[in-house]
Design a protein around this ligand. Sequence first.
Ligand code: ADP
Ligand code: F6P
Length: 323
Amino acid sequence: MKRIAVLTSGGDAPGMNAAIRAVVRAGLEKGYEVFGVEQGYTGLIAGRFRPLGARDVGGILQRGGTMLGSARCPEFKEHDVRLKALHELGAKGIDGLVVIGGNGSQTGANALSAMGFPVVGVASTIDNDLYGTDVSIGVDTALNIALENIDRLKVTASSHRRAMLVEVMGRDCGYLALMAGIAGGAEAVVIPECETDPEIVATEIRRAYARGKPHAIVVVAEGAKPNAHGLAQYVHEQEARLGFELRVTILGYVQRGGAPTFADRMLASRLGSAAVEQFAAGNHGVLVGIRNGEIATTPLPEVVAGKKQIDAGLLELARVLAK
Ligand code: ADP
Ligand code: F6P
């Protein structure tokens, strides 16, 4: 193997830049030429490659986002479109591709790998819904941003004796909501993995006031059914009966835009470098992640087929600590 390429795909995640830097510098150390692909799979099928040297990735370690750009590229699901990608990789003489991204991106990586091209995935998504890794690049930063905002909302909620619904991202996964709920001291957590009756959420809020709390914070995952808007509508319609005032804050994209924390810089540096190690050892077709603090590889077909489960013990912890 002489030439490798790296791309970032799907929703950007804080730490992607640190991972790009690690792939480039670890790749140079192994004697590879390294190329960056612009805008994920969109750039791959358009042949938008640029050589990356050690200085080209200087000053990005501490920056959120991705210097290569990212994209959603639905047409990559088509076999013929992926053939075009293989053609572009061949034309540039690339022998291996590192795909930094989440669930969808690793599904694309698996499809490319199944067509015979050496691919290694790096786990990166704020959603933490990727099978094969305990935690993905970007999760820690997104959670810290959510916590900073929950802390602020608690202050104003207490002043007005209000209830606050805080909606966090995570697509179909409740991980961010559950963890932000525990570490942010929420009175309730609403996630897609558990069925939610709005009346039960309202009852939890009323109980919190009855226990003498000056506020009630409910962290809601964007994928929950009902989501924050649905829950708020229910409460507003019944405000006179329920006896509390409620406001909604959708955190949205602010969770993706932060500078990576120490944990994300370290994780990205380790995973990016480990991806290169895979190629150097003659391995590919795997996702590089972290399990029990150690680098762990999982075959891409397993990653795509697997479903990450929510920890029932943490759900119980959220309930107990909300007293
Ligand atoms: P993430 O990687 O953050 O989960 P997406 O789900 O949007 O983000 O996926 C990113 C990209 O991965 C998609 O826009 C598409 O290009 C590619 N992708 C997703 N699913 C598939 C699939 N089944 N086959 C091939 N490529 C896919
Ligand atoms: O996958 C990361 C994520 O931020 C999800 O939490 C969210 O549902 C989605 O991306 C938003 O996607 P887009 O950037 O395409 O609006």
